[in-house]
Design a protein around this ligand. Structure first.
Ligand SMILES: NC(=O)c1ccc[n+]([C@@H]2O[C@H](COP(=O)([O-])OP(=O)(O)OC[C@H]3O[C@@H](n4cnc5c(N)ncnc54)[C@H](OP(=O)(O)O)[C@@H]3O)[C@@H](O)[C@H]2O)c1
Length: 319
C-alpha cells in the first residue's frame, strides 16, 4: 500500500511517500481502506520530536490519528462492524498509520460514518471534534442555559467547540482573528471578539466555561472571567495549569471556586457516534480549510504549522 512515512524526527521534508506492507487487524481491531485522513497540529509536533518525552516512536512511522474509510476486514471479537461499513475512527498515535491507503483501528475508537458527511468531512471529527466535546461536556460540565467563551473559535478544535456549545444550549462567545469573524458568526456564536482589536481577558463578562482551544492564554489571565465554580479548560499541559488546578481544587473544598483543567482527548467511539448524530441532525458541520491528496502531506502539515487554518486540513486518499 502507499503510505507517507517518517524515518526520523525533523522538518516536513522528512515526510515521504513509500510502499509499505498492509497492516493486519488483531483481536478487537478493524482494517480500514482509508478514504481521508485529517491533519492535526499533533502530527507535526510528533514529527519534530516535541512529544518525545511521552511518545517514543519506532521508525519508520506513518503519521495520522484521524481517518474515515471503509472496513475491509475485522479481527477476532469485533461485533459492531463488518466489511463494507463506512466508518470514522481514531488511529492509535503511538502505532501511527492514518496517512496511508490502509489503517488498523480499535473497534472501540470507531463509529459508523455520519451519512450526511463526506469521507473528508468525517475524517476531521475524531481528534478535533471529540476534544471539543470532552472539553465542554466532561471537563467544563457545560449545561443548557450556561455560558462559554471559546478562545480560538476558527480552528479545528475551536470551530467544533462553538457548534457543540450551541448544540448544548449554551450562550457562546468566541475569539478569532479579523479574517475569521464572519466565519465564526456563521457557526452560531452569539458574540465574536476579534483578538487583534480587543484583549478578551479585559472583558467584564463572566462565563461558566472558558475553553482555550488554541492554548494561547493562561488560567491566571482568565480566572476573573469565570463565574463562581466556573472552569478554565486548555488543550496543552503546562505547569501553571497543573499548579492552579491543584490549588483551586483545594480552595473548592471550602466553597465554589474557579478551576483550571487540562484536557487530553480520549479516543472514544461513543463520542464519535454522538458527534455523528449532531451532524446528521444538521447541528454540526465540519469546515474544511484545505483538502489535498495524500502525496501532498508536506504542504498539508506546513499549512497546519502556520497556525491559521480556518477549520480542518484533510488528506484525501485513493479514489
Ligand atoms: N490535548 C489534546 O488532546 C489536544 C487535542 C487536539 C488539539 N490539541 C492542541 O490544541 C491546539 C489547537 O488545535 P487545533 O487543531 O484547533 O489547531 P489549528 O486548527 O491549527 O488552529 C488554528 C486556529 O488557531 C487560531 N488562532 C491562532 N492564534 C490565535 C490567537 N492568538 N487567538 C485566537 N485564535 C488563534 C487561528 O485563527 P485566526 O487565523 O483567526 O487567528 C486558526 O483558526 C493545538 O496546540 C493542538 O496541538 C490538543
Amino acid at each position: 500500500m502507499k503510505a507517507i512515512i517518517l524515518d526520523g524526527y525533523g522538518g516536513s521534508d522528512r515526510l515521504r511517500l513509500m510502499d509499505r506492507p498492509e497492516p493486519s487487524p488483531q483481536a478487537g481491531e478493524l482494517l480500514v481502506k482509508v478514504r481521508a485522513a485529517a491533519v492535526n497540529p499533533v502530527d507535526w509536533k510528533i514529527r519534530r520530536g516535541d512529544l518525545r518525552p511521552i511518545l517514543w516512536l519506532r521508525f519508520p512511522y506513518i503519521p495520522g490519528g484521524d481517518i474515515a474509510g471503509e472496513v475491509v476486514a475485522a479481527g477476532p471479537g469485533v461485533t459492531r462492524f463488518q466489511p463494507g461499513d463506512a466508518v470514522v475512527a481514531f488511529v492509535d498515535m503511538k502505532r501511527g498509520g492514518g496517512y496511508a491507503e490502509r489503517a488498523v483501528v480499535k473497534e472501540s475508537a470507531a463509529a459508523l460514518k455520519p451519512q450526511s458527511l463526506s469521507f473528508a468531512e468525517a475524517a476531521s471529527l475524531p481528534i478535533a471534534g471529540v476534544t471539543a466535546l470532552q472539553a465542554l461536556r466532561d471537563a467544563g460540565r457545560l449545561r443548557e442555559g450556561g455560558s462559554a467563551l471559546i478562545h480560538g473559535g476558527a480552528g479545528g478544535v475551536g470551530h467544533f467547540a462553538v457548534q457543540i456549545a450551541k448544540a448544548m444550549g449554551a450562550r457562546v462567545t468566541a475569539t478569532c482573528g479579523p479574517s475569521n469573524v464572519a466565519f465564526v458568526e456563521s457557526l452560531g456564536a452569539d458574540s465574536v471578539i476579534d483578538y487583534t482589536k480587543e484583549e478578551f481577558p479585559r472583558r467584564p463578562d463572566r462565563y461558566d466555561v472558558v475553553f482555550d482551544a488554541v492554548a494561547k492564554s493562561s488560567f491566571p489571565a482568565c480566572r476573573h472571567l469565570l463565574e463562581r465554580g466556573g472552569v478554565y479548560v486548555t488543550t496543552l499541559p503546562d505547569p501553571g495549569v497543573l499548579f492552579w488546578g491543584a490549588v483551586q481544587a483545594l480552595a473548592g473544598l471550602f466553597g465554589p471556586a474557579p478551576r483550571a483543567k487540562f484536557l487530553m482527548v480520549r479516543p472514544q467511539g461513543t463520542d464519535l457516534e454522538f458527534l455523528g448524530r449532531l451532524a446528521d441532525e444538521g447541528r454540526l458541520r465540519p469546515s474544511l480549510a484545505l483538502t489535498l491528496p495524500l502525496e501532498r502531506s508536506r504542504e498539508a502539515q506546513d499549512a497546519s504549522q502556520e497556525g491559521h487554518a480556518r477549520g480542518k486540513i484533510v488528506l484525501e486518499v485513493g479514489s
